[in-house]
Write a protein that binds this ligand. Structure first.
Ligand code: GLN
Length: 193
């Protein structure tokens, strides 16, 4: 099974690669369009600031490639945010895969949210064997608003979409690769799709 992690210069790629290694899978890092297209499963990682990450995607042409992929794609953290229509972070246009926008938490709460929080209202095969209110690890200042594509919700000042699904595209705001046994189960579910 060919698993490719998109390496566009803004990803937490090593921790994701190690997480798949622990599950017995060798994930390759690539920014080569043919290699990505040929993958059985694709991971779209992301940490850091949205506008600079989007600039790197555009410079490599990956902003046009990613929405055309037909195999299962999992966007993680900033990766999921960039798959949305727009994010307030750097007033950045996203890839438009998920029909929702990304907003910043207000200063009524500690920003970024950094640590463990629960996911609930789970609605996808991505969450097979995952119980409601399971803890996941998150580090983020921006969140995706709820939409028809919400498959998990989390409360932090407000209730927001902590996972999204559109056709073969999945996104998690939380880091499954840093979320212990339950996170590993989610990565396993993604591999088995
Ligand atoms: N860990 C991150 O890179 C978070 C992604 C995004 N910059 C946010 O703050 O929400």
């Amino acid at each position: 099974m060919k698993l490719v992690i998109i390496n566009y210069g803004a990803g937490n790629i090593k921790s994701i690669q190690f997480a798949f290694n622990r599950l017995g899978y060798d994930a390759i890092l690539s920014n080569n369009p043919e290699e990505i297209k040929d993958a059985d499963k694709v991971i779209f990682p992301g940490v850091g600031e949205a506008s600079s990450a989007m600039k790197m995607l555009r410079e490599s042409g990956l902003d046009e490639l990613i929405p055309t992929l037909k195999q299962p794609v999992l966007g993680i953290c900033l990766g999921m945010q960039l798959m949305c229509l727009h994010t307030e972070e750097g007033d950045t246009e996203g890839l438009g895969i998920f029909q929702t926008k990304v907003k910043r938490f207000s200063d009524n709460v500690k920003v970024p949210q950094m640590g463990w929080n629960v996911i609930k209202d789970l609605k996808s095969d991505l969450f097979n064997d995952i119980k409601e209110n399971e803890y996941m690890y998150l580090v983020h200042s921006y969140y995706a608003e709820h939409c028809n594509e919400t498959i998990a919700a989390t409360d932090y000042e407000i209730n927001y979409a902590s996972a999204l699904k559109h056709e073969n595209f999945y996104g998690t705001q939380f880091h499954p690769e840093k979320s212990s046994v339950a996170g590993a189960k989610i990565l396993h579910n993604f591999i088995k799709m």
